[in-house]
Write a protein that binds this ligand. Structure first.
Ligand code: RTP
Length: 150
């Protein structure tokens, strides 16, 4: 059975602020396996689909403008409970509430520039991976597995 997967995206501010390596390092060091990675300029339609659940929010159009304002780094990470633990690594949505040691707690100040996205459930992860990686992700065995899991 395939391990759990999460869709993780470094938003345009994270790319512009040179946080790509730092963010990848944190997921790698935890023990997760990178199975999808690409940089792209997001078109408005894809950004609107990704955030469709928030379309009635007052900040929706600013959010879409932000996501399409520069390149993003789209990733799929795999591993046990990666959705829940990925959200823990990322920290609370509002940087003012995200703990030090989390990505948002360490690297940002405003909710509208919060550096990174992570799927909030296994169902939304599967949906988002289909949306962002229609070509599929890499299937391979990691040599580290026996050193990460019992
Ligand atoms: P994300 O989807 O980006 O991982 O964020 P999230 O689940 O932690 O939070 P969600 O409520 O889904 O919000 C999505 C993104 O919308 C922006 N936002 N702005 N101005 C505001 O009050 C506000 N609230 C949310 C943030 O970029 C948030 O990550």
């Amino acid at each position: 059975m395939a391990s759990e997967r999460s869709y993780i995206m470094i938003k345009p501010d994270g790319v512009q602020r040179n946080l790509v390596g730092e963010i990848i390092k944190r997921f790698e060091a935890k023990g997760y396996k990178l199975v999808g990675l690409k940089m792209l300029m997001v078109d408005r339609g894809l950004a609107e689909k990704h955030y469709a659940d928030l379309s009635s929010k007052p900040f929706f159009s600013a959010l879409v403008d932000y996501i399409i304002s520069g390149p993003v780094v789209s990733m799929v990470w795999e591993g046990r409970e990666v959705v829940k633990m990925g959200r823990t690594i990322i920290g609370a949505t509002k940087p003012s509430e995200s703990a030090p040691g989390t990505i948002r707690g360490d690297f940002c100040i405003e909710v509208g520039r919060n550096v990174i996205h992570g799927s909030d459930s296994v169902e939304s992860a599967n949906h988002e991976i289909g949306l962002w990686f229609p070509e599929g992700v890499a299937e391979y065995e990691s040599s580290q597995k026996a050193w990460i899991y019992e």
